[in-house]
Design a protein around this ligand. Structure first.
Ligand code: 2AM
Ligand code: CA
Ligand code: CA
Ligand code: CA
Length: 269
């Protein structure tokens, strides 16, 4: 994608993301229909669908040759990564949206021939927009985010992870994960993968470890964290493709190896 095309696209998409966020804020206290999907904890609301439909309609009108990969059913079925693909999570952190009315985000990544070009994560209620274009730096609103510091130690780190991994479970040995929380300075769980990526990008968290994400949870965050020099792999240190459902470890590069070697690999069942 050439730089000028990308810049025009970025500005337009940015304005759509802000518009969708304003729509959510306006309707925030209206009565809401809440459905469940795969299980009683897997929520979806009409707002998730409405925001996705907003983007699907815009893309169809302005960029009919572009494809959309998204969570709630208005997207296309993709068999490969060719062309320009929008990867959208209309509301990331639906449970927070429903229960807290905050701590959720719109997450949108735009890929060209499989390469992430534009990433936007919009913390709707705080009106914070995290954004990046490949090789052009990452921003929080108008402020450019600094490259991550290169001499971080694990015992000075804050890591984001889900409490699931500290209780007995089928995937990892909880005792190793419990040791990890003792060895780091602090842990956090925010319940929105996109926001957790954003916090790693701005250095508010040093790592985010998660066992299973969908492509739309990862798409924008990947582009943004890369611009500040963060690592983004699966929990075994391998690259994750644009269309893959995967575990994710995104972190300050200094602690990537120790998190994998001294904890995650030891915890593997
Ligand atoms: P969602 O709110 O868009 O569904 C919650 O810990 C985080 O994991 C959220 O970012 C959530 O995205 C994501 N997630 C991915 N797959 C999920 C699933 N099957 N059930 C619940 N949350 C999921
Ligand atoms: Ca969901
Ligand atoms: Ca999500
Ligand atoms: Ca979602």
């Amino acid at each position: 994608m050439d730089v000028i095309t990308r810049e025009i696209l970025f500005n337009r998409v940015r304005s759509w993301v802000l518009e969708a966020g304003a729509l959510i804020r306006k309707k925030m206290h209206d009565p809401l229909t809440i459905d469940t999907k795969s299980n009683p904890k897997d929520l979806v609301t009409e707002m998730d669908r409405e925001v996705e439909f907003f983007f699907a309609s815009k893309i169809k009108a302005y960029y009919p040759e572009h494809l959309l990969l998204s969570e709630e059913g208005y997207g296309d079925t993709l068999s490969d990564v060719h062309g320009t693909v929008w990867v959208l999570d209309p509301i990331d952190g639906t449970m927070n949206f429903v229960h807290q009315k905050q701590n959720f985000a719109i997450s949108l990544g735009i890929y060209y021939e499989g390469i992430g070009e534009i990433g936007l994560i919009y913390d709707v209620m705080r009106n914070n927009l995290y954004s990046a274009m490949r090789n052009n730096g990452a921003y929080k609103n108008d402020r450019q985010l600094k490259k991550l510091n290169k001499d971080l130690q694990l015992n000075h780190s804050i890591i984001c992870l889900n409490h699931h991994w500290l209780a007995k479970n089928s995937l990892v040995d909880e005792r190793v994960m419990q040791q990890l929380i003792k060895d780091v300075r602090g842990t956090r769980t925010y319940g929105s993968a996109a926001l957790e990526f954003a916090y790693v990008a701005e250095g508010a968290a040093d790592a985010y470890i998660t066992m299973r994400l969908e492509p739309w949870d990862i798409a924008a965050g990947r582009i943004i964290v890369r611009e500040v020099g963060a690592m983004i792999t699966n929990i075994y240190g391998e690259e994750v493709g644009m269309l893959e459902r995967s575990s994710i470890l995104t972190c300050n590069p200094t602690i990537h190896k120790t998190l994998i070697k001294d904890y995650i690999c030891k915890a593997k069942k």
